[in-house]
Ligand binder design. Structure first.
Ligand code: ADP
Ligand code: ADP
Length: 230
């Protein structure tokens, strides 16, 4: 069955009184890339927060592998999901140090596997932030694309089955974006990957696209289905 199912989910932020979601229903298959597309304020990030159970729906249900997230232990919900945080700061030290710091319970195997998946396996001893005082071979800093992939590796450390990726906040050049897309396509072969994007044009390769506007689902389909509709 699907990794995530939103069943008639409505949600209002108490703090602002904003109705962020209105009876949202759609499914995220257990394998493949699902893209949520829509303008700022459409409710995309709110969907992520409900999947990770930072909030619970006012009505409707969020199902994770068929079980209501609201009745699952929180640690189980968090173990199922990995969130790629774009603006997570890098610390001094090696790529390995950064991963251990992000997830102290991760073992060498988890680190090796996460780096392999993002094609950074040979970078484990590199220093993401090269300092001028650190000369020599080990001192090469990471490029923007490598940092991006390190952010993905960080999210993969706990071996989540559902990966949430916020592309909308990333400011990537064309090469970096292509690298990241390659990695995302390959990791989505074995797990559910959900990505947020502002524009349809950046998620051509998604297996399923969910178009959101004003807290509502406007359309669901492949890129081709959605182009035909316009
Ligand atoms: P994005 O388009 O990437 O979602 P926004 O500018 O809409 O960016 O939001 C930036 C941040 O501000 C988000 O973390 C969002 O949750 C938060 N935010 C947006 N609207 C409000 C609000 N009315 N009250 C409090 N926080 C908000
Ligand atoms: P998107 O990710 O599509 O930009 P959001 O899910 O961030 O949209 O926001 C949906 C609606 O909820 C917007 O009206 C936004 O202002 C509001 N909102 C988002 N985050 C918060 C928050 N933390 N507190 C209050 N209102 C918020």
């Amino acid at each position: 069955g699907p990794a995530v199912e939103f069943e008639g989910v409505s949600f209002r932020y108490r703090e602002s009184g904003r109705n962020a979601l209105h009876e949202v229903s759609f499914g995220v298959p257990a394998r493949g890339l699902t893209a949520i597309v829509g303008p700022s304020g459409a409710g995309k990030s709110t969907l992520f927060r409900l999947v990770e159970r930072f909030y619970e729906p006012d009505s409707g249900r969020v199902l994770l592998y068929g079980a209501d997230a609201a009745s699952m232990p929180l640690h189980r919900v968090r173990r199922l999901t990995g969130h790629v945080e774009q603006d997570h700061p890098l610390m001094r030290g090696t790529v390995r140090d950064n991963l251990v710091y992000a997830c102290p319970s991760a073992g060498e195997d988890d680190i090796a596997e996460a780096l392999r998946l993002v094609r950074l396996d040979r970078a484990v001893e590199r220093l993401p932030e090269r300092l001028d005082t650190e000369l020599g071979d080990g001192g090469r800093g990471l490029s923007g694309g490598e940092r991006q992939r390190l952010a993905v590796a960080r999210a993969l450390l706990s071996r989540p089955s559902i990966v949430l990726l916020d592309e909308a906040s990333a400011n990537l050049d064309a090469d970096t974006e292509a690298e990241l897309r390659g990695v995302v396509a390959s990791i989505s072969r074995e797990r559910a990957v959900v990505t947020i994007a502002h524009r349809l044009s950046t998620v051509m390769e998604a297996d399923r696209i969910v178009v959101m506007e004003d807290g509502r689902v406007r359309a669901v389909g492949t890129h081709r289905d959605l182009m035909r509709r316009d």
